[in-house]
Design a protein around this ligand. Structure first.
Ligand SMILES: Nc1nc2c(ncn2[C@@H]2O[C@H](COP(=O)(O)OP(=O)(O)OP(=O)(O)O)[C@@H](O)[C@H]2O)c(=O)[nH]1
Length: 413
């Protein structure tokens, strides 16, 4: 779903640039140049449709940030932009429950807004767990996090927090107070680290006790960061975002390391790891299929390498469509591999044959070329308990499929 951003700005030049920035972030822009206009818009749509409102602090009918209150009352996260940069205005803005404020100082502001909008959109899928014995501290922190669109979870003690972590894999950050009813925050960090690595879950320790040794204990027990109470809203979010981004970067690196650059399918190494784990668990019936595009060199030679790439990407997309519940991989070149656990061999052969047929009927289009291709498949269910031995048998069957005229599936019998 494409979210909307409500932009309330009376300056035409600024409005033009902001519309472009928001559009570039792939969001729909709804504009108003006064608070009165914005009210009419608010009344006809639901707040859930909006990612946030970007509000000029000074509007003709709302000269001192009154539009901010209106957005907050309508449950729309408010980002404030202002050319009035003085302490009084800053304090006034921050006294309201805004997401952030951005001074209209230079072009960097637009860059910052682009990143902030992307962040607000991503936050809708990120869980943050707040662990605190005090109900009021928990709800204060949760309301700050909700303002930035995070999914929030609350735990009143360590036991509850471990249960929530287990049940909600979307939790990427845990924030824990030092004093909990059933153990200390430092102990909870140590317990949590036995189950979740630093690259899976970020942890921030919080305390009102400004002792350097407590900070060190948190970090040595596995926390990523530490926050002193009382904290200001800006510092809080800088630390939250920094720690969430750390997890996202690790995930992006892992994703890049595990996938094939052209098709996005898991690469050979990742496939081996996944399948070896599955085989080790000793499942029942399992099949391994090796598939290879027929005469792919001809396609490259006739239509060019770029079209060859289009074919590989289309085949990968169709593999995902047919076999998303199994382990799939691009092994390299024009060769793909599929591991099908927990399914009868005859059924696996039928699925592979359906796929082969679909590919042969598919016209693969680029801007100037329309062509189709076929593939050959070797499949085995001989379970010698290693992926290498299954691969070697599937490879022999693939060779037989090619020798037998291509565009066919050859199995064990
Ligand atoms: N476009 C493109 N071509 C690739 C890529 N990787 C490997 N190839 C090409 O794939 C072709 C494989 O050719 P061959 O091994 O001779 O096999 P084939 O022509 O498919 O013949 P058979 O397998 O016997 O049906 C070669 O031309 C490689 O250059 C790639 O990433 N993109």
């Amino acid at each position: 779903m494409k979210f909307k951003v409500l932009l309330i700005e009376d300056n035409e030049a600024s409005m033009r640039v902001l519309k472009r920035v928001i559009g570039k972030a792939n969001l729909d822009v709804v504009t108003a140049s006064t608070l009165a206009e914005a009210k009419v818009i608010f009344e006809s749509t639901s707040p859930e449709a909006y990612l946030c409102a970007v509000i000029d602090y000074t509007l003709p009918d709302a000269p001192n940030g009154q539009a901010i209150d209106y957005a907050i009352e309508a449950f729309i996260p408010a980002v404030v932009i202002t050319s009035r940069i003085n302490k009084e205005v800053r304090d006034h803005i921050l006294s309201k429950q805004v997401v952030d404020y951005i001074p209209k100082q230079n072009a960097q502001m637009f860059e910052y807004l682009t990143r902030l909008l992307a962040r607000l959109e991503k936050n809708k899928h990120i869980g943050v767990l707040v662990v605190d014995g005090s109900r009021s501290s928990r709800s204060k922190m949760s309301s700050l996090l909700s303002r930035h669109n995070f999914i929030t979870y609350n735990a009143a003690n360590a036991q509850q927090s471990l249960e929530l972590l287990h049940d909600h894999p979307d939790i990427k950050l845990m924030i824990t107070d030092e004093t909990l009813p059933d153990m200390t925050g430092v102990q909870l960090v140590a317990e949590t680290r036995k189950l979740y690595d630093k690259d899976q879950l970020s942890i921030i320790g919080v305390s009102s006790n400004r002792s350097a040794s407590l900070l060190a204990s948190f970090i040595k027990s596995g926390a990523n960061d530490y926050l002193n109470r009382p904290y200001c809203h800006e510092e809080f979010f800088c630390r939250i975002v920094q720690n969430v981004e750390y997890i996202e970067q690790i995930e992006a690196i892992r994703q890049a390391a595990n996938s094939d650059y052209l098709t996005g399918l898991p690469n050979r190494r990742h496939f081996f790891n996944q399948v070896s784990n599955t085989i080790r668990r000793g499942l029942g019936c399992m099949s391994l299929a090796l598939m290879d595009l027929d005469n792919f060199k001809n396609i490259n030679d006739t239509f060019g390498h770029d079209y060859g790439d289009v074919v590989l990407k289309e085949v990968a997309r169709m593999i995902m469509r047919h076999f998303s519940r199994f382990h799939v991989s691009r092994f390299g070149g024009e060769e793909f591999c599929i591991f099908l656990p927990n399914i009868e061999h005859e059924h696996a052969i039928k699925l592979l044959n359906d796929f082969r047929e679909d590919i042969s009927k598919k016209v693969i289009k680029s801007k100037t070329i329309r062509h189709s291709c076929t593939l050959s498949i070797g499949v085995t269910n001989k379970q010698n308990r290693t992926i290498e031995s299954m691969l070697s048998i599937a490879d022999q069957h693939l060779y037989a499929a090619k020798a037998g005229g291509r565009n066919q599936v050859v199995g064990d019998s």
